[in-house]
Write a protein that binds this ligand. Sequence first.
Ligand code: ADP
Ligand code: NA
Length: 330
Amino acid sequence: TSKPRLFSGMQPSAQSLHIGNYVGALQQWRDMQDAYDAFFCVVDLHAITVPQDPAALREQTRRTAAQYIAAGIDPAKSTLYVQSHVPAHSQLAWVLNTITGFGEASRMTQFKDKSSRYGADATTLGLFAYPTLMAADILLYGAEAVPVGDDQKQHVELTRDLANRFNSRFGETFVVPEPIILTETARIYDLQNPESKMSKSAASENGVVWLLDEPAKTAKKFKTAVTDAEREIRFDRGAKPGVSNLLTILSSFTGTAMPALEEQYVGRGYGDLKKDVADAVVAAFEPVRARALELLDDPAELDRVLAANADRAAEVADVTLKAVYDRIGL
Ligand code: ADP
Ligand code: NA
């Protein structure tokens, strides 16, 4: 195929993906499938860089893959696989570690955030090396396009530096990738703490709307979403973070642009807005949830799809790894 390559992935770090992952990643991935030769990975090797439970991780990996497919990633069109099934990720990461400066790795802000969140005992060499594993993920496939949240932008920049460094030291080998940063309008905030991003590791269970939540639960979460003491429905992230978040979600699920949406709610109350957002999200999520549960009901078939896709990924990855080994004298 002559389409440009794309790589992206998510960690299997929860039992379900959430509305932010859906709007900020899955929907965008789905829409990019035709223009790119896309590789979508469930990055389980990244998930073990923080404390984790083995049985839960195994289950979460399958559930994450099922949600990719249910949300419209077509495993016959894109390559949808689990990172640890393709050994070249770990192998290339090791090589990249040997051309990465300790000082340059120490500047990664996500490492600083996570090591302070998880504490000294959980701050491992693996967590420190997260960015070089991510660089391997991208470089193995010659990905030109890497859709990421802005928290990952620094890692893609490191990836570019490593690709250029390797190429100039050992000869042209890697494609230098470009980050595709998801727009601020696709950023979803916690329903209970609308100043923080909705996150898999959220403290408030009611603030996160999971893709696999039952519809009644989703409706209840929107009903109890934090707003403000005014009555006016308008988009103002600074003064009205809760209402703005609800408007963002409604806008992205209905396709109605913000000014037109604000217009629709002139003179109406927060209760109306909450109900409309809940209805829109439930309507969109219901078939996705049903499809994911159906896929999870037949684990043997899901595992077969993932194994076939891992083989396809390995075919591409192994060519790159072989070239790299060759360049450096291994
Ligand atoms: P991971 O730890 O696997 O990166 P995240 O949940 O942090 O998992 O992010 C996975 C993807 O989902 C990223 O592309 C990120 O940009 C997107 N994403 C995560 N949270 C949100 C959010 N609250 N709003 C929009 N997009 C989000
Ligand atoms: Na992230």
